[in-house]
Each structure stands twice: as structure tokens, then as C-alpha cells.
Design a protein around this ligand. Structure first.
Ligand SMILES: *Cc1c(COP(=O)(O)O)cnc(C)c1O
Length: 370
């Protein structure tokens, strides 16, 4: 069913669901098949034949996500699979590529280490800029990440896409922190949007998944071919879990953003806290731009405590917040990013507000700060 004219909550509930049929499930369960029946002769066109090439469970979720994003969605087994599949499909030896200095660390590692044989000209720019004149000259692909993980800085997708396009470059946006409800990069002029659906989209800390959505159907075909031939495919069960979880994405994001707002209010001016950033916070340097380009806020914010010991002490005192990497789940979690090598201070914390009651969470966090 196409849901383009409906609101976010309705689209999350209905997206990718079949037309109702008596006696059939509302959301069909995962289809587990390696080979499918060929039907007594050679393969009939447009039927599934082998699980590496196609699966109705993927297609249902791809339809739901692609519909929200306004593109052709190709599901992949993780966020990194989405990034690596897109970059390998687009980049050629000697190409120039623009990456954020402050985005997801494994993306930089992948380009520097796994794509080393391509001899790329890698240009790294901080998400908030400055974006110097000529930075896109001769570039094949610009990868933006906004809001960036973990710094939550924001860049202007529409303005940068216009500049990149006039220099002949393609633009991809890592939209993991925003989700398709928070931001629609294809509508802002990007050529591709990709995400780790491990985070808020699936939202229960139990699935790894990712996707790329593109406007160009030839590029979508190329990504499907890359998925089929690399053999790195999503599991039908994971895909189904994510689709099932998407039904509550609108609700979860609303609660997470409400909790983030309440926590940010409580932490603002707290003597133990510095460097508080959340795009939804009116005094945040990214707020005005984020308000223009984002559709809603998410539940991820960041701040600094004195050092690694202070973060450890916070976790020891908190009853509701647990230490875990990843974000966007129903449980509130924090991650001390310096432990993974992010270029941030030792006490830098990325906080992912979950779906607990705001009052409980605020009381717990204020108490844990001592
Ligand atoms: C987590 C994350 C990824 C990688 O996703 P996986 O599902 O862990 O492979 C990529 N980009 C961003 C911004 C992320 O937060």
C-alpha cells in the first residue's frame, strides 16, 4: 500500500503492508527460503527463485522505508554494509571523496583501510564546516552525516548538495541519527540516503540492519546486484523484526525526543556537565539550521563529564541508564565515545534517551550526577 499522503504515525503502521485479505496476517511473517519452487519448469519471470537474490520480507520493509524517504530502498545487513556497498558501487580508482572528520568512525576506517587499493583522494571536512571554495572540485562523492555521530553537529544538505552538484559530485547522506521521520535527504537534493537501521529505526537493540535509498533506479539496480553478488544479505528474520518495530517508530521517537528535551533542561547549567549539545535545544549552534531542515527531533544528545572515572561513577549510581554503544533503542543508554577512539575528550558521553517516563529518567540522571 502506498501511504504518501498520510501522516508519519499512519505511514509507520501501514507502510509495506499488503492489502487486507480475510484469513491472512496483517503483517505477514518472515519468509525463510533458500531456493523457492520454480514451478515445474524454468524460472517464470518475476518470481522469487533464490534467497540471496530476493525475498518478499525484504521487499515489504524496503517498500515501507523507500516510501517514507521518496526513493528506491535497498536493504543491507548492517549500516556499514550500506556504506560499504554504496561506496564500492560509486567510487573508482583515483576518485576524490569527501567525508566528515567527525562522523561515524568506522566509515573513515573503511575508506582509509578497506578502500586503500583504490588510491582515493580523501578530503575530510568537519560537519559544521567551514566548507571552503573548491572543496568539491573533481570530487565523485560527498558523504555527509547530519546530525553527526557522536558530535551532533549539523550541515546544510540542500546548500551543500547544490554546490556539490554544480561541481559534478554526487551526494550521499548518512541519516542514521535522524531516521526517515526526522529528515528526508532525498527531498533536500541528496542523491542517496543511507542509514544504520540498527539504531532508532528498529529501536529495540536486538537487530543489525541497514539500507540505502536512491532516486535513480539504475543505481538501485546496481546496489541490488552488488548485494546479490557480494552475498552479504540481510536475514529475513532481522528484516521482519525491523518492519514489525517500525510500526512504533513515530511513538518511540516522540517519547525519546520528549525525554531528551527534559534531560537537556535538567542538565543545562549543571555544575558537573559541560559541552551539552542537542539540535533541539534553542541555544544550540545547530538549532536554526536543524529546525529548517529536520522534520522533528530525536532522543540523542551529548555532554561531557570531568573524565572517564566520572562517567563510570555516573553509571554506578544510575538505576535506569546503562552503558552500551549504539543508540536509538527503548532503553536509555550512554556511551563514552573516547573508548572507541573517537576524537573527543575522555569524559564525552553520547546519551540516547529511551522510552522510560520522563520524570523517572530526569530524577535518576540528576541523582546519578551527584
Ligand atoms: C551505527 C552507525 C553506523 C554503522 O551501522 P551498523 O548497523 O553498526 O553497521 C553508520 N553510521 C552511523 C551514523 C551510525 O551511528
Amino acid at each position: 500500500m502506498t501511504t504518501g499522503e498520510l501522516g508519519d504515525g499512519t505511514r509507520c503502521v501501514q507502510g509495506g503492508h499488503p492489502e487486507p485479505v480475510a484469513g491472512k496476517p496483517l503483517l505477514p511473517g518472515p519468509v525463510f527460503a533458500a531456493p523457492y519452487h520454480l514451478g515445474g519448469s524454468d524460472r517464470a519471470a518475476d518470481t522469487d527463485f533464490y534467497g540471496r537474490a530476493g525475498n518478499p520480507t525484504w521487499r515489504a520493509l524496503e517498500s515501507a522505508i523507500g516510501d517514507l524517504e521518496g526513493g528506491h530502498c535497498v536493504l543491507l545487513p548492517s549500516g556499514m554494509a550500506a556504506i560499504s556497498t554504496l561506496l564500492r558501487a560509486v567510487l573508482e580508482p583515483g576518485d576524490a571523496v569527501v567525508l566528515p572528520t567527525d562522523g561515524y568512525y568506522a566509515t573513515r576506517q573503511f575508506v582509509h583501510d578497506e578502500l586503500a587499493e583504490l588510491g582515493l583522494d580523501i578530503r575530510e571536512i568537519p560537519t559544521p564546516g567551514p566548507w571552503p571554495d573548491g572543496v568539491f572540485d573533481g570530487v565523485r562523492l560527498v558523504l555527509l552525516e547530519t546530525p553527526s555521530n557522536p558530535g551532533l553537529d549539523v550541515c546544510d544538505i540542500a546548500a551543500l548538495a547544490e554546490r556539490a552538484h554544480s561541481a559534478g559530485a554526487w551526494v550521499a547522506v548518512d541519516n542514521t541519527t535522524a531516521t526517515p521521520l526526522g529528515q528526508r535527504p532525498l527531498e533536500l537534493g541528496a542523491d542517496a540516503v543511507l542509514a544504520s537501521d540498527t539504531k532508532a529505526l528498529s529501536g529495540h537493540s536486538d537487530v543489525l540492519l541497514g539500507h540505502v535509498s536512491v532516486r535513480d533506479s539504475a543505481l538501485a539496480d546496481r546496489l541490488v546486484r552488488a548485494r546479490t553478488l557480494s552475498g552479504a544479505i540481510p536475514g529475513p528474520f532481522e528484516s521482519w523484526l525491523a518492519h514489525r518495530s517500525m510500526g512504533t517508530l513515530d511513538l518511540r521517537l516522540a517519547r525519546q525526543a520528549e525525554n531528551a528535551a527534559a534531560l537537556v533542561d535538567a542538565l543545562r547549567g549543571h555544575p558537573a556537565v559541560s559541552g551539552l549539545r542537542w539540535p533541539g535545544m534553542p541555544e544550540d549552534p545547530s538549532h536554526e539550521l536543524a529546525r529548517r531542515q529536520m522534520r522533528r527531533w530525536g532522543g540523542v544528545f551529548r555532554f561531557e563529564l570531568a573524565d572517564a572515572r566520572a562517567v563510570e561513577e555516573f553509571l554506578r549510581r544510575s538505576r535506569l541508564v546503562v552503558g552500551a554503544t549504539s543508540f536509538g533503542g527503548v532503553h536509555s543508554t550512554i556511551d563514552r565515545r573516547a573508548q572507541w577512539g573517537d576524537p573527543v575528550p575522555e569524559g564525552f558521553v553520547r546519551f540516547s534517551a529511551g522510552c522510560e517516563d520522563s520524570a523517572d529518567l530526569v530524577a535518576d540522571v540528576v541523582n546519578a550526577l551527584g
